[in-house]
Every structure is written in C-alpha cells, then in structure tokens.
Design a protein around this ligand. Structure first.
Ligand SMILES: C[S@@+](CC[C@H](N)C(=O)[O-])C[C@H]1O[C@@H](n2cnc3c(N)ncnc32)[C@H](O)[C@@H]1O
Length: 159
C-alpha cells in the first residue's frame, strides 16, 4: 500500500503496526519523570487491561477538580485517558474522545458499557468520534461546548 499523507502514515502505525505498547519505537510511556498524579493512578486499576495495553501516550495531561465537567480528548486512542476522565468528572460529567484510527476507537468503544459498570454508573458518560482533530466541526463538536481539552502525545503528530 502506498502511503500518501502524514495522516495515512500515522494511522497505519497506530492502527496496524502496533498491537500493544510493547511494540512502540520509543520508551516515552515508561518515562518515570512524568508519572501520573495519585488521583489518576488510583483510577488505573479500574481500567480494562486491553485499554492499558494499547495506551501509547506519556504521563498524564489530566488536571484535578473535574467534577461535572465536559472534557474533550484529542487523539484518544484506545481511551485510557477518556476512561480515567470518565471517573474523575463523575456521572454528571461528560467525556468525548476523538481519534482518526478506527482500530483504536474500536477498542475504546468495546469497553464503554463495561467501564460504566466498573465505575458504578447507570449509563456511560463517554462517547467516541472517528475524525480528525484538525476539523472538529466535521464531527459535530461545536465551539464553546467543551470545558477542558486534553491531549496525550498527539498534537506533535498533526500535519
Ligand atoms: C501516540 S498515540 C496516543 C493515543 C492516546 N492519546 C494515548 O495516550 O494512548 C496517537 C494517537 O493520535 C491519533 N492521531 C494522530 N493524529 C491525529 C489526527 N490528526 N486526528 C485524529 N487523531 C490523530 C492516532 O490515531 C493515535 O491513536
């Protein structure tokens, strides 16, 4: 297959070349200098193993005091940070994950119901949208609709 754009190359790498973070061509996710804060690590044991195995970020971009917030994760991948945020915003909050790689969104969506149950929620407070972070309007994300935008190792990949 001929790769024609940065989007194509990045999607190929995260969607097909990698099957877990053991395959990464970097050791950034294992960087202890950027260990996540305790309010994040406390949620990790509640996250499904496959989501954690396909975490390709580094450290944590998640601030404290998020109860009730609407949060957008740009390039959410398999959804580790989305699900950590799901717990931190609580049942009244909302989290949207955007990613252009179907394989990654597929893993994230697979655990939507299970993660809601793990957190003791009546219904999931997260959603995932397949699309480009450069064109959020195309996937229905409106201006002024988000309280907090986070992103973990993605903006550097954007053309
Ligand atoms: C290094 S991984 C990080 C994934 C996730 N944030 C995490 O921490 O596991 C980069 C992710 O960004 C996505 N991505 C890269 N460029 C993108 C773009 N322009 N639009 C949407 N998603 C993008 C890739 O598909 C991949 O899932």
């Amino acid at each position: 297959m001929e790769l024609t754009t940065i989007h194509d190359e990045v999607r190929e790498y995260y969607g097909r070349t990698l099957s877990s973070n053991d395959d990464l061509h970097t050791d950034a996710p294992h960087c202890e200098a950027v260990a996540p804060p305790r309010y994040v690590t406390e949620v990790m044991p509640l996250i499904a193993d496959e989501i954690i195995a396909r975490f390709y970020g580094c450290g944590s971009p998640i601030p404290p005091a998020l109860e009730g917030c609407t949060v957008l994760d740009l390039g959410c991948g398999s959804g580790r940070d989305v699900y950590v945020l799901s717990k931190l915003v609580g049942e009244t909050g909302h989290v949207i994950g955007v990613d252009m790689t179907p394989e990654q969104i597929g893993v994230a969506e697979k655990y939507q119901q299970e993660q809601a149950e793990r957190f003791g929620y009546a219904a999931s407070n997260v959603e995932f949208r397949l699309g480009y972070i450069e064109d959020l309007a195309a996937i229905g994300i409106e201006d002024e609709s988000i309280d907090l935008v986070v992103s973990n190792c993605v903006v550097n990949l954007s053309p």
